[in-house]
Design a protein around this ligand. Structure first.
Ligand code: ADP
Ligand code: ADP
Length: 229
């Protein structure tokens, strides 16, 4: 994927009440894009459109200049990774959770992804070793470990679009650098959207979208944003 583009995209859940209104932007491969805005401003709706869980009511979503709808959902899913705010591993072992997400992943793939995302050391430090962690009951691991595992899982299949919803939510302050390290590990080979609830998260972004009342109020570089506020 070279670039993603929204052209006058609108979405409404209830007729006559826009959740997103005429949103236009273009992002290119390698960019790390922050998404900020008050609760109810449309951030989750934007994310759902980016993921193609919903299709625009009006306007166009373009991938490399072609309408996103032209891409089969199953192909699209392989290109996209999403990590929720408070990732939860819900059943069985960690390994089963990862396989449920990506059936074809082997333990080796997961370990490699964990190394690339720099979560391997953290996991090792937190347990007796990665093999132990993948075999652990999901219910027995901490929120921070779950977040690390979900980051590794998301990166394991070489996604081209990565969407992280406040990835530091389950991490303690000294682990926040982990996000930066994991993004560096992607090596500019993905477009990253980062829904930010904490100001510190924005420092890893190249540009930041400011969403208010369903509109894109600004899309400046992080430097410009910090300078003007
Ligand atoms: P956040 O502000 O952290 O993004 P919200 O609490 O606004 O999360 O929304 C959580 C979930 O509830 C989302 O999946 C969203 O789509 C859904 N949601 C939000 N507002 C409404 C609503 N008015 N009616 C139905 N579902 C909603
Ligand atoms: P944010 O993620 O910034 O909190 P959302 O995208 O969840 O904002 O919500 C944008 C608007 O759409 C809000 O007015 C919210 O109440 C409404 N909304 C979100 N999800 C739903 C839903 N599933 N059904 C109806 N309205 C919704």
């Amino acid at each position: 994927i070279e670039h993603l583009q929204f052209r006058d995209v609108s979405y409404e859940y209830t007729p006559g009440k826009s959740a997103l209104e005429e949103v236009s932007f273009s992002v290119k491969m390698g960019e790390v894009v922050g998404i900020v805005g008050p609760s109810g401003s449309g951030k989750s709706t934007l994310v759902q459109l980016l993921l193609r869980l919903r299709e625009p009511a009006e306007g166009t979503y373009l991938v490399n200049g072609l309408a996103a709808q032209e891409l089969r959902r199953s192909d699209w899913r392989k290109l996209v990774a999403y990590v929720p705010q408070m990732p939860q591993l819900v059943f069985g072992t960690v390994r089963e959770n990862i396989r449920f997400y990506r059936e074809e992943l082997t333990d080796d793939d997961i370990v490699l992804a964990a190394q690339r995302a720099h979560v391997h050391e953290d996991i090792l430090r937190l347990s007796d070793g990665y093999d132990t962690v993948v075999g652990l009951r999901s219910a027995s691991i901490s929120g921070g470990q779950a977040q690390r595992i979900c980051l590794a899982r998301a990166f394991a299949a070489n996604p081209k679009v990565v969407i992280l919803d406040e990835p530091t939510s389950a991490l303690d302050v000294k682990s926040e650098g982990l996000v930066q390290k994991s993004l560096e590990a992607l090596g500019g080979e993905a477009i990253v959207f980062l829904v930010a609830h904490r100001l510190t998260t924005l420092t890893v972004c190249d540009r930041v979208m400011v969403i208010k009342d369903g509109r894109l109020e600004g899309f400046e570089t992080t430097e410009e944003l910090f300078r003007s506020n």
